[in-house]
Design a protein around this ligand. Structure first.
Ligand code: 13P
Length: 251
């Protein structure tokens, strides 16, 4: 009932030529792949327009890596939901751990961005996840619950049902080569599903896709995706190579 969503977060990588080449190559591999999965690509802001042009007319979802919580005005360096929509972007990541750790995105800022993105009708991929010390102290679940409850405060059930995905990305697994076991990931995804059920009801929680992220590669994607509550993956490093991302897409 939940179509798997295979998402690539290109982070601050590539240049205009290689971003376009990667988009073209994924467009070609999607054209021959089955339609039972969705693909989402999140290029850096400056390449969104070029990638949008390449992806036009395909089913591939174009996403930003972040969005401003404001509409317009004196917010130097920020990009609004309206600007993203104007570019043909229909989705955005929000609350990625790198934004939380490096760019000062607090739970409250993440909340404001989630609300702004959902109100604008963007498909919103809310990223949550604990750092290693929190996991060692047995706090992983409470940290993820706190991130979810602040971020989703006031979000309506119909918005969650139609436009929300959650990405569980344990910070210690990002870019480290360490992946959560599919059993550990499934356990957290089940917790997230329960949180969604208590917030929005069973019909909504059954529809929201919960993605896993953190050192996903062709060799581990199949096992992760086989878990009951893992509805997709959010891939960093391995999404920069057309061959490995295509292999994950069809894993
Ligand atoms: P890696 O796949 O490089 O570990 O990155 C995961 C990630 O942060 C995706 O958003």
């Amino acid at each position: 009932m939940r179509r798997p969503l295979i998402a690539g977060n290109w982070k601050m990588n590539l240049d205009r030529a290689s971003a376009s080449a990667l988009a073209r190559s994924l467009k070609n591999s999607m054209a021959t792949a089955g339609a039972e999965r969705d693909m989402l690509l999140a290029p850096p802001y400056p390449y969104l327009a070029a990638v949008a042009e390449i992806l036009e007319g395909t089913r591939i979802i174009l996403a930003a890596q972040d969005v401003s919580p404001f509409d317009s005005g004196a917010y130097t360096g920020q990009v609004s939901t309206g600007m993203l929509l104007d570019l043909g972007c229909t989705a955005t990541l929000v609350g990625h751990s790198e934004r939380r750790a490096i760019s000062g995105d607090t739970d409250e800022i993440v909340h404001d961005k989630v609300v702004k993105a959902l109100d604008a009708g963007l498909h919103t991929v809310l990223c949550v996840g604990e750092v290693e010390s929190e996991r060692e102290r047995g706090e992983a679940e409470s940290v993820v619950r706190r991130q979810l409850s602040v971020a989703l405060d006031g979000v309506r059930a119909d918005q969650a049902s139609l436009k929300l995905s959650v990405a569980y990305e344990p910070v210690w697994a990002i870019g480290t080569g360490k992946t959560a076991t599919s059993a550990d990931a499934q356990e957290m995804h089940h917790e997230i599903r329960e949180f969604l059920e208590s917030s929005f009801g069973g019909d909504v929680s059954a529809r929201v896709r919960i993605l896993y992220g953190g050192s996903v590669k062709p060799s581990n994607a199949g096992e992760l995706l086989a878990a009951e509550d893992i509805d997709g993956v959010l891939v960093g490093g391995a999404s920069l190579d057309a061959e490995s991302f295509s292999a994950i897409y069809s894993a």
